[in-house]
Ligand binder design. Structure first.
Ligand code: FES
Length: 388
């Protein structure tokens, strides 16, 4: 009963993580595409705004976005807390670190735009670009860093998610070039339109502090008609975003400390794992078989980075000393999907309680679905469950 509850909550958490991430990635993609139009002109950016960035600015989408941000961040922290080890491969590490940075960085953007709305200040690119390029270039730079980090995190997550699905291997072929092209186009558009802004400001000797001045006429970036100077609630935005940034950092630090305490307090048994003909490696009952391989730098296929979805970490258990824990619903589902036999388990989900364990990898360490027509494991030479 308790196990069924844990399985259900695990499924809910995984689903919430995937869909909140996809939602935010859609938001960032729309922004990047809108920015990329700066290559043509600021006018083109403003014309496309209602269809790309504008759709996110209504209260419903704004609330959903904030919810997705908070949910994704909290689930990410929970996953860090649950991690048996922080030692991992470079891609997973990049995703982990960029995930911690996403909320503090995205907060400045979301709070800034929401603050404009709440103060009745219309958002348009003429305002934003002058602010980012003339008045507060350091915040403009922060936006560039923000986009890069969020994009890297989103693409790493999306690629890991898709890689775990054998029927998505065709999608990955065009996703890789897009993952590079979209931010490059966006940064080019941002730089080009920024160059125009600087030329216009210099040619008109416009004073800085755009928000306190009458906007000058522009040839490439249409200026909204205003009679009153715009006063940006800059200090208010700064105060709120600073608070979010410090709270995010504090939560991330607390999570790491709590994880460290949990790992130290939890009792553990020695586990000795023999993998094929490789020398036996010493591990503990706190680590999954996959984490034990990683801790000993033994390459092992794991396309979904240990999330129990791809099945490529499957091992054939050829011997064990202590009874093995029962597979979770997620593990059973994935094993069924890949057509695994009775003697197979997922290395990322199997955490032995102690003693000796012998396994054989089912897939080669560099396995990818792109290289395989079928996502089925190599046919086992011996279908019987081995036991020592
Ligand atoms: S790494 Fe994907 S299921 Fe284990």
């Amino acid at each position: 009963m308790a196990r069924a509850g844990a399985n259900r909550s695990g499924l809910i958490i995984r689903t919430a993580r995937v869909y909140s991430g996809l939602f935010m990635l859609a938001f960032v993609t729309a922004h990047l595409l809108n920015l990329s139009l700066g290559v043509f002109s600021g006018d083109a950016m403003n014309k496309a705004k209602p269809f790309l960035t504008g759709i996110w600015s209504n209260p419903v989408m704004g609330s959903l976005l904030l919810t997705a941000l908070v949910v994704h961040f909290l689930i990410g922290l929970w996953a860090i807390y649950r991690r048996p080890t922080l030692r991992t491969n470079p891609q997973d590490l990049v995703q982990l670190l960029s995930g911690i940075c996403v909320v503090p960085l995205l907060a400045t953007h979301v709070v800034g735009v929401m603050s404009l709305k709440l103060n009745g200040i219309p958002f348009d690119y003429a305002i934003a670009l002058k602010f980012f390029w003339v008045d507060r270039p350091e915040i403009g730079l922060l936006q560039v860093i923000l986009l890069s980090v969020v994009w890297i995190h989103g693409c790493a997550g999306l690629i890991t998610w898709l890689r775990s699905k054998s029927d998505m291997r065709n999608v990955l072929g065009w996703l890789y070039p897009l993952a590079v092209a979209v931010p490059v186009m966006a940064l080019t558009g941002y730089a080009e339109v920024g160059r125009q802004v600087l030329i216009e400001v210099q040619s008109q000797a416009a004073p800085s502090g755009y928000y306190e001045t009458e906007p000058a006429a522009s040839t490439s970036i249409p200026q909204p008609a205003r009679t009153e100077p715009i006063r940006l609630p800059y200090e208010q935005v700064k105060r709120i975003t600073n608070g979010i940034i410090w709270w995010s950092i504090a939560l991330a630090a607390l999570t790491l400390i709590a994880r460290e305490v949990r790992v130290r307090v939890q009792s553990s048994q020695v586990v000795v794992i023999r993998r094929g003909n490789a020398p036996a490696l010493a591990s503990t009952s706190q680590l999954s078989v996959l984490d034990s391989f990683r801790a000993h730098h033994q390459p092992h296929a794991s396309l979904c980075e240990g999330r129990g979805r791809c099945g490529t970490c499957a091992v054939r258990v050829t011997g064990f000393e202590y009874p093995l824990p029962e597979p979770t619903a997620l593990e059973i589902k994935t094993l069924r999907r890949i057509g695994a036999t009775e003697d197979m388990r997922l290395a990322c989900q199997l955490t032995p309680a102690g003693g000796h364990l012998s396994v054989e990898p089912v897939y080669p360490a560099d396995f990818t679905f792109e290289e395989s027509e079928h996502a089925h494991p190599i046919p086992p030479p011996d279908m019987k469950q081995a036991q020592t």
